[in-house]
Ligand binder design. Structure first.
Ligand SMILES: CSC[C@H]1O[C@H](OP(=O)(O)O)[C@H](O)[C@@H]1O
Ligand code: ADE
Length: 257
């Protein structure tokens, strides 16, 4: 059973040659695609392409609950979310990697929880990301010589449209990077006591700089920088300890009413 799951974002539709593909049915429908099982450096890993194998799910229609549920059902304890993001700051440059440490939710109409009653839960989101995996992937990216930011606040917008210049100017006041998919993915993982880390690749300067971002640019820059994510996964995954000492599962002790 794979204990590590990877959710690939825009431009990342596979990270290994799968040895098995599993069609999982969940109470929330089917995941974005059958779950691929394969190995990275001899370690068994599960993979789901967030937007589907052919990028058929826009960010507001991704079956986030089914994706997380499916991974959990397969035994995954740690989720690595790969994302393409825009930069809201000069010093966060296209091609840089960010190991996100906070988020701000500007989404509007998604399924945010597994607990819609009668079981009620209020999960702590003060520190949304797994400290153990954040450290591992930051150090790994550094050792590989890739430009990497140890922290960054990700503002998650509803999409599928990009921001206006006014929105972007506002987001710049309080966040470093912008995307459309981190929420509710990280929240749902946490509700099941799973660890979650976000490895974000910056693809553009959103719309506050001279040239406003477009989808083609995101995919092109992501393609050019894909090797960085691959290298980080290859070197970082073997460093993840078998036993979790991060405390991410502790939220389960206190979140229920
Ligand atoms: C293809 S442009 C916008 C698209 O790219 C990002 O996807 P992901 O987070 O899955 O890498 C962004 O959130 C949008 O969904
Ligand atoms: N500028 C941007 N806004 C929202 N999502 C993005 N994904 C990549 N770049 C983005």
């Amino acid at each position: 059973m794979p204990k590590i799951g990877i959710i690939g974002g825009s431009g990342v539709y596979g990270v290994f040659e799968p040895k098995e593909t599993i069609k999982v049915h969940t109470p929330y429908g089917r995941p974005s695609a059958p779950v691929e099982i394969g190995e990275i450096e001899g370690i068994e890993v599960a993979f789901i392409p967030r937007h589907g194998k052919n990028h058929e799910f826009p960010p507001h229609e991704v079956p986030y609950r089914a994706n997380i549920w499916a991974l959990h059902e397969l035994g995954v304890e740690r989720v690595i979310g790969i994302t393409a993001v825009g930069s809201l700051r000069e010093e966060y440059k296209p091609g840089d990697i960010v190991i996100t440490d906070q988020f701000i939710d500007f989404t509007k109409k998604r399924e945010y929880t597994f607990y819609n009653g009668p079981r009620v839960a209020h999960v702590s989101m003060a520190d949304p990301f797994c400290p153990e995996m954040r450290k591992i992937f930051y150090e790994t990216a550094q050792e590989l010589g890739f430009p990497v930011h140890e922290k960054g606040t990700y503002v998650c917008i509803e999409g599928p449209r990009f921001s206006t210049r006014a929105e972007s100017a506002m987001f710049r006041q309080f966040a470093h990077i912008i995307g459309m998919t981190l929420v509710p993915e990280v929240v749902l993982a946490r509700e099941l006591g799973m660890c979650y880390v976000n490895i974000a690749t910056i693809t553009d300067y959103d719309v506050w700089a001279d040239k406003p971002v477009d989808a083609q640019e995101v995919l092109k820059v992501m393609k050019e920088n894909n090797y960085k994510v691959q290298e980080i996964l290859k070197k970082g995954i073997p460093r993840i300890p078998e036993e979790r000492k991060c405390g991410c599962a502790d939220v389960l002790k206190t979140m229920f009413v």
